[in-house]
Design a protein around this ligand. Structure first.
Ligand code: ADP
Ligand code: MG
Length: 330
């Protein structure tokens, strides 16, 4: 390494004076020190991205930096928390200055947008892997959990699902997309917009929430399991972008592969949440203020299990062995 570990940290990750007034000590000591406001609970979350597993080897450094933080901010969103500080553990096969420049640019681009500050980390040598731990705040007792869903709640998702999975499959040559469709889908895969403001707005409205990182059915399953309830989902109501819609509109169980992708593919980082039906107007108002599309896709029921139906009444059954093997999508 031409650059010492110390130089590397100073050059790419230490950015002069603290940007947030609540950071008493950032990068540079044995530990960071932050001020936690009275009346707030601290929410902590961590996610690791490993090359070749969580992102394709050919992903550019800037996108990796962005996504490493984005997936963590998405967890804060699902908790209804406002992210404040994060730490970064970086394992690098070599010191590649161009890569570090790109990585830190992508990372800080998102950090600055959401006013979260990098306050420390760790750097070592090995196969490329990035771990971010993020710390956020919620008013005491106000966090959103997976376990809060109640029978009778409506189930909603923000934005549209399926595009990140579409891009991944196109990258793997499992399907071919028109160039503009591919570009848009790839942006969803590489630069997911964490729904942080939306999560905050839902804090006083939703009963339960989760971010969609592993696929709608899998992540909604976490809510059902944690809450001890079941659900019915109207498959045809699940929101998708126009190109996907054009391919699956009017189809039912006969066009299974597309539904497997929309319902099962992860990486979209939208929110799935439940709320009492009387709160529908309140949540529509809150989310439209943030220009966030929101779609009702089903209802929470007492009977355990997840029942997915097409509009014609036929049942959708998830592929055996989970949702992450879509080799036969066309
Ligand atoms: P120590 O040996 O006490 O653990 P290090 O030499 O590992 O400290 O790190 C020195 C300082 O640089 C610490 O404040 C640490 O939090 C920070 N740091 C190390 N690696 C990173 C990184 N990848 N990103 C941000 N801060 C880092
Ligand atoms: Mg130390």
């Amino acid at each position: 390494m031409a650059l010492s570990e110390f130089d590397l940290i100073n050059r790419y990750f230490r950015r002069g004076a603290a940007r947030r007034g609540d950071v008493l000590q950032g990068i540079g000591d044995d530990g960071a020190v932050v001020l936690t406001p009275p009346g707030q609970d601290l929410v902590v979350s961590m996610d690791t991205l490993v090359e070749g597993i969580h992102f394709p080897v050919e992903t550019n450094a800037e996108d990796i930096g962005y996504k490493a933080l984005a997936v963590n901010l998405s967890d804060m969103a699902a908790m209804g928390a406002e992210p404040a500080w994060f730490t970064l553990s970086l394992t690098l096969p070599e010191v590649d200055l161009d890569w570090l420049e790109g990585f830190s640019t992508g990372l800080f681009c998102l950090a600055d947008e959401f006013s979260v500050e990098l306050i420390g980390g760790d750097t070592s040598r090995g196969p490329l892997s990035i771990t971010v731990a993020v710390h956020g705040l919620v008013p005491h007792g106000g966090a959103l959990y997976r376990h809060g869903a109640r029978a009778g709640d409506f189930i909603y998702v923000t934005g549209e699902l399926g595009d990140a999975g579409l891009a991944l499959r196109a990258m793997q040559h499992a399907l071919e997309l028109p160039p503009q469709v591919y570009a848009a889908a790839l942006a969803r895969l590489n630069r997911p917009r964490p729904r942080v403001r939306e999560g905050g707005a839902l804090r006083d409205i939703a009963h339960a929430a989760v971010d969609i990182s592993d696929g709608l059915l899998s992540d909604l399953g976490h809510i059902l399991h944690a809450s001890g309830v079941g659900a019915s989902v109207d498959v045809g109501a699940v929101p998708v972008t126009p190109w996907l819609h054009g391919n699956i509109a009017g189809t039912t169980g006969d066009n299974r592969n597309w539904w497997d992708l929309v319902l099962g593919a992860g990486d979209d980082y939208e929110l799935c949440f439940t709320a009492a039906r009387e709160r529908q107007q309140a949540l529509e108002t809150a989310l439209s203020r943030l220009s966030c599309p929101c779609t009702r896709i089903g209802v929470i029921e007492t009977a355990p299990g997840l029942r997915c139906r097409f509009r014609d009444g036929r049942e959708y059954e998830a592929p055996p062995g989970g949702y992450d093997h879509f080799t036969n999508v066309r």
